[in-house]
Design a binder for this molecule. Structure first.
Ligand SMILES: O=C(O)CCC(=O)C(=O)O
Length: 249
């Protein structure tokens, strides 16, 4: 990761403010992709069994990892990577203040059995006010039209918090009461090469389909908020009901 030029940063901020989602090509080098992948694989193999139940969600087979959660608490190496000045310099203008690392997660979307993610806004989970919070979603595998890419509704971050309902989906317990009225063909599909990233605002509507291909689609996520944000008790109460029904997230 290198810090973007001033010109690139201006483009990223403008796109993010207008669309609520922005693409960054070559965010990680091939070496960084390999390093993070190796650490994620090592963590699953060597450490995960010793961590609390809320450190992961499994796919329907009960074995394969769907998500890793709370890596910022459980993995020093990945936490150090998220503290890199290049990432902080990028995120600061987008969260309107000093970036605070709120989470490090994975959405593994394994080959053939990777489950889908229902329509949602992340702030239904994060519950922050003002909603100065975002996710840097970094592709460790190629994300293709077939292996469950994330679809985003551009501009939807300006709609505020939309009505929610418990989804019954483990790992994505709270979804939108109604899917977006914007047809899939008009949504922005995050097709990414390994090392590319998207950044999305916590109110941007997004979702993804199951992965029925033979190719895994591992996403590595860094979640940041501005230091000035606070937890909204009403959002939190609604989220707690959903997450209690299908823990842990
Ligand atoms: O990776 C996915 O399929 C969904 C990701 C997601 O929901 C998120 O980044 O908040």
């Amino acid at each position: 990761m290198t810090s973007p030029s001033e010109q690139d940063l201006n483009r990223i901020v403008a796109d993010y403010q207008r669309d609520g989602v922005v693409v960054l090509r070559h965010f990680f080098s091939a070496e960084e992709v390999a390093e993070v992948r190796a650490e994620v694989e090592r963590y699953i193999r060597d450490d995960l069994a010793t961590k609390p139940a809320d450190a992961a969600t499994r796919e329907a087979d009960g074995v394969t990892v769907r998500n890793l959660w709370r890596l910022e608490q459980h993995n020093e190496k990945l936490r150090a990577l998220a503290a890199s000045p290049a990432i902080r310099d990028l995120v600061a203008p987008l969260v309107h203040g000093e970036p605070v690392l709120a989470g490090i997660e994975t959405f593994n979307k394994p080959a053939r059995i990777g489950s889908g993610v229902p329509y949602h806004q992340d702030n239904a989970y994060f519950c922050q006010t003002p909603p100065d919070m975002l996710t840097v979603w970094i592709a460790l595998d190629a994300v293709t039209a077939a292996n469950g890419p994330v679809f985003f509704v551009k501009g939807s971050h300006k709609l505020g918090a939309l009505p929610t309902k418990p989804s019954g989906v483990r790992g994505n317990s709270i979804g939108m009461a109604e899917p977006s009225a914007v047809p899939l063909a008009e949504q922005f599909c995050g097709l990414l090469a390994p090392g590319d990233a998207t950044i999305h605002h916590c109110n941007t509507i997004h979702h993804s389909a199951p992965n029925t291909t033979d190719f895994p689609r591992l996403g590595f996520l860094l979640v940041f908020r501005g230091r000035h944000t606070q937890t909204d008790p009403t959002l939190k109460a609604t989220y707690t009901i959903a997450a209690t029904a299908t823990p842990p997230a």
